[in-house]
Design a protein around this ligand. Structure first.
Ligand code: HEM
Length: 964
């Protein structure tokens, strides 16, 4: 055949050439249908550049998110057709379609969402005949055709239930009109989130990439990042990479558990592993600049080799990589198997099918040569020298990084079961007159035919065939699958000549033994982790042979467990400190946190909770590092509290030097005044117990635990002994305590704030009365001492409020939980009855076991670090002293209530400079209160369930019925 006067440099000289012609006839195209039609034009291109390669068109879609503007690719080409040496005919092809980039896990790319901004863009006008003069779109929403401007999206909203849309595109070229139809699949699955940060990465060797950062939920700074570098051939958009990691909601669970997700894209993903490792090194350096927390570094597929190499190279240079865990997902550590039949087909048919050029470039790229165990080159099966060099380089660096814990995932089975049979036919293409191909899987332990075929234009038409003896039938090995055979079948079918029969479309590409780097026959079962057979300390594989890079539900659960993101199905991200079950018994939750997430973010309070004794102690005692007031300012005070914002701080809320000054004045005075407390306690306890006895039953809190310590405190402070005053103060105080719970209604919180202000006025009045006529008690002493020290009347009021707010209610609380614990542990109750001198020690155990103050906040005065977590100046953290006091590292058998326990001090009164000033008073009043109660009632018992208050900062029963 001779083709004269070629039109547009496209000649389709074989097979089906009835491409859509713009008459609008024929079924609407799917995206894959559009790509198939376009490939046929590409295969017919006789001049370079006549048809832009499909892979370049698809690559351009990477800039678009699957829930963003949808580019519409419009193809209009003139081409020549010559069949069976017949006359040359000129035809025109016209077809259009919305083009989405490859989306993880979706066979058919789908638009994510139901509001679609259709975009006609000159970048997606593909033609050898020029651009249209006008474009109209009928999105299939019932509104008919609408004119669209180049570059201006037409936004259309479909019903939420719609699974697809039928779209028509009408283009005008002069007086000619062309019409195309396509189907757009719509999906309710949300697209990956938009990255929070993007770090450009540039290695010294010139290779580059981008790190896309998705913050942990509730975090704004870098937090325990999981850095995963992409696999071959690079250039994937970030939302694809995120979707790979988010299979089964894995990325969401990790972000819930306080980890950032960082996906690293490579600009030269087909380049050598060693060179792209330098790009990842840049990312690790960027992460280390931002956080001192340990990193988790790894990669998907080839990315696992890149990260393995990068970490080893850093170790070899003595450079810190600060990585405590390495993770590879279906990485060909011992090589990948790319179906030899497909390789042979691509190379052998390339001269006749130019569209195979992109595929051939992938196969021959340096990276592919490095990880493929068998590379078809120059018509023979080889091991590339580049692979040999990589294997040598990895070995020279020590094979695996030494510092991190090594974790691996395989997408294949672990039972050694064979998938595709050895020597089986995967493709039989009998095209007429002479286009044929026949492909087979690898034979088992023998030479077998891999590929043979013919092409009528070739000279001779019989093409060079390929036979090979690999020894092992890798294609049927268990492992992550790739549809190489299916792709070849689709290419053959696309030629439109003859019949194509195909089987075993997806076969093994990353054998399980390679993903786990096991030096064993791929057809034998994988040993359990820890056997020493694999360099990986722990690993998981799928229960079936899944598509390469698949993370199954079981593997996801394993990964989350291995990374400490769930514990026996418990996800810490679901932790709600206001959950009623947690408030009733927080200790099992504390155990889980202490063991698995000793420091964990609690977004509701914008703070990290610290569950271990050591970390709590650090925060409470490092007085120059952890302070009460944020050095960068705090949010405005809630509601009416705002009116008090300019009052000075009292003892509780101040930092040195004011705190030091206040404490030095108050503490000695307080310690003298409280000496009368035991007598007062005995005096008040008698009538309360007598009244209860008369009633025959008792509600511990209202009848005893509240009135007793409040009366003692009011008497010590010198508050006039007037039932109206004392009960009024108790009411206000109850309202203040209720308002501390930030989940309460505005009315409750507002009332608490107004009661604080009322308390302020009350003390102002007492102050004025003391000025007029000196009064008795601690309050009067504070007034005088503060005046002498030059402190203001407001400072007096604030400190007096501290004493009133902190001074009895927590004693009420400890009597409540303490008596309950005694009654729940009859052996301890009888030990105490037998030896009343144990009561002081019993009080300490009550405080350790079930202390009234569970959590204490602090702010970082400077940039600092606790437990491997970095805290920039102004960070808020919370010492969970209720958990610290159950830390088995400090308290043996911590869940046991043992009134004879001795040893390390609990932190129920805090630690450091703010250690509770009232502790000596509690130690005087508490034992009297408990001793009097149990002496009075030898048969004391619980009489119903308690009620728990709803503020996680405090632990208290609000109601405890007792009988006796
Ligand atoms: C069982 C009873 C009590 C418990 C569990 C308790 C607990 C605590 C804790 C944990 C702190 C430290 C807070 C922090 O570091 O931010 C503290 C501080 C304080 N407590 Fe208590 N307390 C109790 C009883 C009392 C009593 C009876 C008074 C006064 C009569 C009192 C007055 C104070 C004051 C004024 C502070 C601030 C001390 C400072 O910042 O220097 N507390 N308390």
């Amino acid at each position: 055949m001779t083709v004269t006067d070629q039109v547009g440099g496209v000649v389709i000289s074989w097979g089906s050439s009835n491409l859509p012609d713009g008459s609008g006839e024929g079924p609407p195209l799917s995206q894959l249908g559009w790509e198939g039609a376009y490939l046929r034009l590409e295969n017919g291109a006789t001049e370079p550049g006549a048809v832009k390669p499909l892979f370049e068109v698809i690559a351009a879609t990477a800039a678009f998110r699957p829930d963003g503007p949808l580019p519409i690719a419009i193809a209009r080409f003139q081409y020549e057709v010559s069949q069976d040496h017949g006359p040359v005919e000129t035809r025109e092809a016209f077809f259009a379609c919305g083009l989405l980039h490859d989306q993880w896990g979706l066979a058919q790319p789908a638009y994510r969402g139901h509001t679609v901004p259709f975009l006609v863009s000159e970048h997606f006008v593909l033609s050898n005949m020029g651009a249209p003069d006008a474009v109209e779109l009928d999105p299939g929403d019932g509104g008919g055709f609408r004119a669209v401007q180049m570059g201006t999206p037409l936004v259309v909203t479909y019903g939420a239930g719609a699974g697809s849309a039928q779209v028509a595109v009408r283009c005008q070229y002069g007086t000619d009109i062309r019409l195309a139809n396509f189907t757009l699949t719509l999906s309710a699955q949300p697209a990956a989130p938009v990255p929070d940060e993007a770090w450009p990465l540039k290695a010294e060797n010139g290779n580059s990439g981008t790190a896309w950062v998705y913050h942990a939920h509730g975090a704004s700074a870098i937090s325990r990042p999981l850095i995963m570098v992409e696999g071959f051939p690079g250039g994937h958009p970030p939302d694809y990479l995120y979707d790979v990691l988010d299979q089964q909601g894995t990325a969401i669970a990790l972000r819930d558990a306080g980890r950032d997700i960082v996906v690293v894209g490579l600009d030269q993903g087909m380049d050598l592993v060693q060179r792209n490792a330098d790009v990842l090194v840049e990312c690790i350096r960027e992460a280390i600049k931002r956080t001192s927390q340990p990193l988790l570094v790894g990669g998907m597929s080839m990315g696992g080799l890149i990260s393995r190499y990068a970490l080893m190279a850093m170790e070899a240079r003595g450079e810190q990589h600060n990585t405590d865990t390495f993770l590879s997902i279906d990485t060909p550590h011992a090589g990948t198997y790319t179906t030899l039949g497909a390789q042979w087909f691509v190379h052998t048919y390339l001269p006749m099918l130019p569209a195979l050029a992109g595929y051939a470039a992938l196969l021959d790229s340096p990276a592919n040569q490095q990880f493929d165990i068998y590379w078809v080159h120059d018509g023979a099966v080889q091991t590339s020298p580049l692979r040999e060099e990589l294997v040598r380089d990895l070995a020279a660096l020590g094979d695996y990084p030494k510092k991190p814990r090594l974790l691996a995932i395989s997408s294949g089975r672990g039972d050694g079961a064979r998938t595709a049979p050895a020597g089986a036919q995967t493709l039989a293409w009998s095209g007429e007159p002479w286009i044929t191909a026949e492909l087979h899987t690898l034979a088992d332990g023998a030479a077998g035919v891999i590929g043979q075929g013919s092409w009528y234009q070739a000279n001779p038409p019989e093409l060079p065939s390929l036979s090979f003896d690999a020894g092992v039938a890798w294609e049927g090995a268990p492992g992550g699958q790739e549809p190489y055979n299916g792709q070849v079948a689709a290419i053959a079918a696309g030629v439109g000549c003859g019949s194509v029969v195909h089987a075993y479309d997806s076969t093994c590409t990353v054998p399980t033994v390679s993903a786990l780097d096991l030096k064993q026959d791929p057809f034998t079962p994988v040993p359990a982790p820890g056997s020493g057979a694999s360099p990986f300390a722990d690993y998981a594989f799928s229960s079936d042979n899944e598509e390469h890079l698949t993370i199954t539900p079981q593997v996801s659960a394993w990964l989350l467990g291995a990374l400490g993101a769930t514990v026996d199905g418990w996800n810490p991200a679901t932790f709600n400190p206001h959950d009623l079950a947690f408030l009733a018994d927080p200790y099992p939750t504390y155990i889980r946190f202490r063991e698995h997430f000793p420091i964990y973010p609690v977004p509701l309070y914008a703070t990290d909770w610290m569950f271990r004794y050591e970390d709590c102690q650090t925060v409470l005692t490092a007085k120059d590092v952890w302070i009460k007031n944020s050095p960068i300012g705090s949010a405005p005070a809630y509601g009416p509290y705002g009116a008090m914002a300019n009052f000075p701080e009292g003892l509780f809320a101040s930092d040195p030097p004011l705190h030091t000054q206040l404490r030095e004045i108050l503490e000695p005075m307080f310690n003298i005044v409280i000496q009368s407390a035991p007598g007062l306690a005995r005096q008040f306890a008698g009538p309360l117990l007598a009244t209860a006895k008369q009633h025959g039953r008792m509600e511990l809190i209202q009848d005893y635990a509240l009135p007793l310590p409040s009366s003692v405190l009011f008497a010590l402070l010198g508050i006039p002994n007037d039932p109206g005053v004392w009960s009024g103060l108790i009411t206000w105080q109850a309202a203040i305590a209720a308002a501390h719970d930030i989940t309460q209604t505005p009315a409750v919180r507002g009332t608490g704030a107004t009661c604080s202000m009322a308390l302020n006025s009350f003390f102002e009045g007492m102050q004025l009365a003391n000025d007029a006529k000196p009064t008795e008690g601690l309050f009067a002493q504070i007034c005088d001492a503060f005046a002498k020290a030059g402190l203001s009347p407001q400072e007096v009021q604030m400190c007096a409020i501290d004493f009133l707010v902190a001074g009895y209610l927590s004693t009420t609380f400890i009597i409540g939980t303490g008596v309950r614990n005694l009654l729940l542990n009859p052996d301890q109750m009888s030990a105490l009855r037998k030896d009343p001198s144990l009561v002081g020690n019993a009080l300490e155990e009550m405080l350790r076991m079930d202390g009234p103050v569970q959590v204490i906040d602090r702010y970082a005065a400077v940039d600092t670090e606790v437990g491997g977590h970095a805290y920039p100046k102004g960070s808020k953290v919370t010492a969970v002293v209720g958990s610290a006091d159950h830390d088995p590292a400090v308290f043996p058998d911590p869940e046991a209530f043992d009134i004879e326990r001795s040893g390390e001090a609990h932190m129920a009164f805090g630690d450091g400079i703010h250690y509770c000033i009232g502790a000596p008073l509690v130690r005087l009043v508490g034992p009297v209160a408990i001793e009097r109660l149990i002496n009075e009632f030898p048969n004391l018992a619980l009489d119903g369930d308690p009620q728990w208050q709803t503020d996680p900062y405090l632990r208290a029963v609000t109601n405890l019925p007792l009988r006796f």
